[in-house]
Design a protein around this ligand. Structure first.
Ligand SMILES: NC(=O)c1ccc[n+]([C@@H]2O[C@H](COP(=O)([O-])OP(=O)(O)OC[C@H]3O[C@@H](n4cnc5c(N)ncnc54)[C@H](OP(=O)(O)O)[C@@H]3O)[C@@H](O)[C@H]2O)c1
Length: 291
């Protein structure tokens, strides 16, 4: 049985992954930081602390590392760029060096925010140009993996939605929570993403773990939508008050963090490899009951 270590196991993706892989013939362990989780073989560690990380890695001795831990709030990264770099970039180096030393397969989850969003439909050959600190730290982490790691997959993901373990993590849950509490929310009509269903993300990673597929891949859902369309469909599906969503334009938006208007991804390379179809947004909405 392959031993898989997941970092960020208390996060949206990491938690689901731990559950799925544990049910599917993997011996799974995980790292979290501040949010204790009720999953077996999980350990609290600050991944910025190299010696603590190494001690745990040597004890666990994984066959595969899935590095999903990161500071994911773009606003927080902008306010604390050094902490963001130490966590998102330098800590990635620790896992990558360990993976190289032990000749392990490493999966790293990156983001569409490595692009500036001026072109859209980005494929793996397109030039990166992050416009905010979060995107920059993830791009630098990718660069380190390209330089150091002999056996890796980088999955550059669009915004992920779906039911999470703590009901606040998915892109959709934040909107549902706001509208359920009668709060107004502004969503851009001209900021586009290929919103990705969490179940498609985790089953792709399971397939990658089973087959140790290497390379750089874009992973986005089949529907390209604006944030406003995304929110509108959610409100309609869950019969929430649509009038609370205020359509806004990204043009003239000057606050930090800077936004990437069209970060849509072309995922053809990945789709040719995985033996399943990605879920359409309407079908995903039908698939999970109201939170
Ligand atoms: N969710 C998305 O829409 C999306 C889109 C594109 C890419 N991604 C990428 O996918 C990965 C997973 O995202 P997610 O949505 O699951 O993130 P998330 O829900 O924000 O979870 C982040 C995880 O990282 C851990 N972490 C943060 N700082 C840490 C530290 N210093 N030491 C140890 N652990 C630390 C957190 O631990 P604690 O909570 O215990 O502190 C948590 O488990 C990330 O790399 C992210 O960049 C996500």
């Amino acid at each position: 049985m392959k031993k898989v270590l997941i970092t960020g196991v208390s996060g949206f993706v990491g938690y689901k992954l731990h559950q799925l892989l544990s049910e599917n013939d993997f011996e799974t362990s995980g790292f979290y930081n501040r949010t204790k989780v009720n999953l077996k073989n999980t350990f609290s560690v600050d991944i910025k602390k190299r010696s603590d990380v190494m001690k745990l890695l040597n004890n666990i001795s994984p066959d595969i590392i899935i590095h999903a831990a990161a500071i994911t709030s773009t606003t927080y990264c902008e306010k604390s760029p050094e902490e963001a770099w130490l966590t998102n970039t330098l800590a990635t180096k620790y896992f990558t060096e360990y993976a190289k030393e032990k000749n392990l397969y490493l999966i790293f989850i990156s983001t569409d925010l490595v692009f500036d969003g001026l072109k859209g439909k980005y494929d793996e050959e397109d030039k990166t140009n992050p416009v905010n600190v979060y995107g920059q730290t993830k791009k630098e982490a990718e660069d380190l993996i390209f330089q150091i790691s002999p056996r890796f997959a980088i999955l550059r993901s669009s915004l992920i939605y779906g039911k999470s373990w703590c009901k606040t993590k998915g892109a959709d849950e934040k909107i549902i929570n706001y509208l359920s509490e009668g709060k107004k929310i502004k969503l851009f009509v001209d900021e586009y993403r290929n919103f990705l269903y969490i179940e498609d993300m985790v089953r792709t990673i399971r397939y990658f773990c089973e087959n140790e597929i290497e390379g750089l891949f874009h992973i986005g859902g089949p529907d390209k939508m604006s944030r406003y369309e995304f929110g509108k469909k959610i409100a309609e599906h869950f019969k929430l008050d649509l009038s609370l969503i205020e359509p806004a334009s990204i043009k003239g938006y000057s606050s930090k963090p800077k936004r990437a208007p069209d970060g849509s991804l072309n995922s053809k390379k990945l789709r040719k490899i995985v033996p399943f179809e990605f879920t359409k947004f309407d079908d995903a909405l039908k698939a999970y009951e109201r939170i």
